[in-house]
Design a protein around this ligand. Structure first.
Ligand SMILES: [Zn+2]
Ligand SMILES: [Zn+2]
Length: 104
């Protein structure tokens, strides 16, 4: 799933970091890409691996989700009970509405 970053329409790409296995006659046997990195053979621009992008976005979204669900300990202003919150809710002790302090 490689595309040219200049969208030149090229369909051939070269892996920049690849190892090629050859036999004793120097004939190509196998290869592996050691690091993601490709260039478009048509125009020489870096190529983007579309298969990689959604995975990265998903990982980012999961990280954001994890950060958003971090619980906060706040002190109830009425009964001074320490309450653990992950969303706006009421104090379990006295029923006062509590608000999670928002970070700027
Ligand atoms: Zn290109
Ligand atoms: Zn309370």
């Amino acid at each position: 799933m490689l595309v040219c970053s200049r969208k030149c329409g090229g369909t051939l790409f070269r892996a920049v970091f690849a190892e090629v296995d050859v036999d004793s006659a120097g004939e190509y046997q196998d290869h592996r890409v050691t690091q993601p990195g490709y260039i478009c053979l048509n125009c020489g621009a870096p190529a983007l691996d579309l298969a990689q992008v959604p995975g990265e976005l998903e990982a980012e979204a999961q990280a954001e989700e994890a950060a958003a669900s971090v619980t906060a300990d706040i002190l109830c202003p009425v009964c001074e009970t320490m309450v653990q919150l992950d969303a706006n809710m009421e104090c379990p002790n006295c029923g006062s509405p509590l608000e999670v302090p928002r970070l700027p």
